[in-house]
Unconditional design. Structure first.
Length: 573
């Protein structure tokens, strides 16, 4: 009998019991009890004065229904209710009016049903915005979305050659998800506490949800697709937290269709997205405190993470997944065929991914998509390399999990010893031109799927310019190489990359006009202390509050009268 040398660890998403059960992108609908928290302190108010605190709250939309909702603020043992306000985007706010000093805390509670709708989205050629003023605001550049800059225009020109709605949305969402590295650990706080613009995200290649949304929105607006920023909360597979994603306007359906670059969800978002509001720029999602100039108010809207209690969960039921994989060989590439059947009567683009549960399993392109007509069945092929040393009498056991628009498919796998054959592939994932401040940076991302180090040959040519370099890349690694061209010319540059398995050639086109909005470092606005003085008071109100004003006025009047009398007396004597 073969000896089982180890049992591979369970799924990565084990932070909570809820996380063990679901992968967010599988979820089609939920019913949940949600509580948001905030606190602060008021000081310096005098008798008759008051503070107005305004923060965004839960609102119904086409994807979510509010079954129950309450908002309350407590200060000095007293509970205040609020009243609802709506802004120009129809976002809903709760306004608390407080007339006393002290520390306060508030809770926003709601029972919410969310449903993720998969649209049968019609495609069309992009051109002039026919929706007019309704969407014009969401085509313009903003503080964090510099959609008409040379950086974003050059990027979009080279990343989306086609000029149709569906292609642009899918390519941009997927490219941003691949390009931007989600910041972890110590870097997470760095990006969480500030909001980086689209250009900054392009240059830094890192960020959290705000940065993914800003870069995606900038590219979509550069393609003349109205795009807005959505804020709310969502589940990332481990915990609930604040989140930002985007919505694009489809002119044929005349509706806003959500997408999430962070989660790689194009044309839909899963039902764990609980929306709070939509804006033209992320910095507009502000909480506000309005109070007299003599007072002081601190106002924190992110005291702690949202508390979410799931009552009901339903998976998508759009596709059926089937695979016969049960055994794999170690130290070689194993091909896994997955059949996907469209259970709906609509045309759909189904995302399919293999959830990487173990570091020992190397997966080539673990996320793919397939277009399917009504009731059509298609096939995708994945490749997995178990990087494990096994003798002939040893086996390893574990599971793999396939995710799509359905209940996850989990399969038990057995790994047995295989003959090492050294096969693999070295692919070019991405070639991105960045024209910024007189410098053209060409970023080349490659993945080496060989079990040994390999060499790549990079050649870049332009008018009177040529660069040749050789790079070494270690086994089973992904790396980004940046080649800079100072004082570049606005002409096409050709990038030629030779790998052990392929020859890649790409011609890069550059934009000629530089129209930018200067990016400024602005702290995240979801926690705002904003001072707005009260409207001007009448003269009688000011005199009643400050009698010295009356005395000073009388003295000034007497002085002027004496001066006039003296002057008249001198003139006529």
């Amino acid at each position: 009998m073969k000896k089982i040398i180890f049992f591979l660890i369970l799924l990565l998403c084990t932070a909570t019991a809820f996380a063990e059960d679901i992968y967010p992108s599988n979820i089609g609908s939920i019913e949940a009890s949600v509580t948001l928290f905030g606190n602060g302190k008021i000081s310096g108010l005098t008798q008759g004065q008051e503070v107005k605190l305004q923060t965004i709250t839960f609102n119904e939309n086409e994807f979510q229904k509010i079954l129950e909702q309450t908002e309350e603020l407590t200060i000095n043992g007293k509970t205040y209710g609020g009243k609802y306000l709506f802004d120009e985007y129809n976002n809903k706010y709760i306004l608390f009016t407080i007339s006393e000093n002290g520390e306060f805390e508030y809770k926003l509670k709601a029972t919410i049903q969310t449903n993720s709708s998969l649209f049968n989205v019609p495609d069309y050629v992009l051109g002039q915005n026919t929706a007019g003023e309704k969407t014009e605001l969401f085509l313009s550049p903003t503080k964090k979305i510099e959609s008409n800059s040379i950086e974003i225009k050059t990027l979009t020109k080279n990343k989306v050659l086609e000029n149709t709605y569906l292609t642009a949305v899918n390519k941009i969402i997927n490219w941003v998800n691949d390009y931007v590295e989600y910041s972890q650990d110590e870097e997470f706080s760095k990006y969480y506490l500030t909001q980086r613009s689209a250009i900054e995200t392009l240059l830094n290649k890192k960020g959290v949800c705000d940065e993914f949304a800003n870069l995606g929105a900038a590219m979509l607006r550069a393609k003349n697709i109205p795009t807005r920023i959505n804020i709310g909360i969502t589940f990332d597979g481990k915990e609930w937290g604040n989140h930002a994603w985007i919505g694009t306007y489809n002119e044929k359906l005349q509706v806003w269709i959500p997408s999430d670059p962070t989660f790689r969800e194009a044309g839909f978002v899963d039902a764990t997205h609980i929306k709070m509001g939509s804006f033209s720029d992320i910095t507009e999602s502000q909480a506000k405190a309005v109070f007299p100039a003599n007072a002081s108010v601190s106002f924190d809207t992110q005291t702690k993470l949202p508390h979410v209690e799931i009552k009901k969960t339903n998976y998508f039921n759009e596709v059926n997944l089937q695979t016969d994989i049960s055994e794999m060989k170690a130290n070689r590439w194993n091909k896994i065929k997955v059949n996907i059947t469209n259970l709906s009567q609509d045309n759909i683009t189904a995302p399919v991914s293999i959830q990487k549960n173990y570091k020992e399993l190397i997966i080539k392109e673990n996320r793919k998509s397939i277009k399917l007509g009504p009731t059509e069945t298609g096939e995708l092929e994945f490749e997995i390399y178990p990087n494990i040393s096994l003798s002939s009498n040893q086996i390893a056991k574990g599971t793999i999990r396939l995710n799509s628009l359905s209940q996850p498919l989990t399969k038990d796998i057995t790994i047995t010893a295989g003959d090492y054959d050294g096969s693999g592939e070295l692919i070019v994932n991405d070639i991105t031109p960045i024209a910024h401040e007189g410098l053209l940076s060409i970023r080349i991302t490659t993945s080496n799927y060989f079990p040994e180090e390999k060499e790549i040959d990079i050649n870049i040519t332009g008018n009177n310019f040529e660069l040749n370099k050789k790079k070494q890349q270690s086994a089973f690694s992904t790396q980004t190489t940046t080649e800079d061209i100072p004082d570049f010319e606005v002409i096409p540059y050709t990038v030629s990359i030779l790998t052990p398995t392929a020859h890649y050639v790409q011609t890069l086109g550059l934009e000629t006009q530089k129209i930018t909005i200067e990016p400024k470092e602005i702290e995240k606005q979801t926690v705002v202390e904003q001072k707005i003085t009260e409207p001007d008071k009448t003269i009688s109100e000011r005199i009643q509050e400050n009698p010295i004003i009356l005395l000073v006025g009388i003295l000034i009047g007497v002085t002027i009268l004496l001066f006039v009398l003296l002057w008249v007396n001198k003139k006529y004597v």
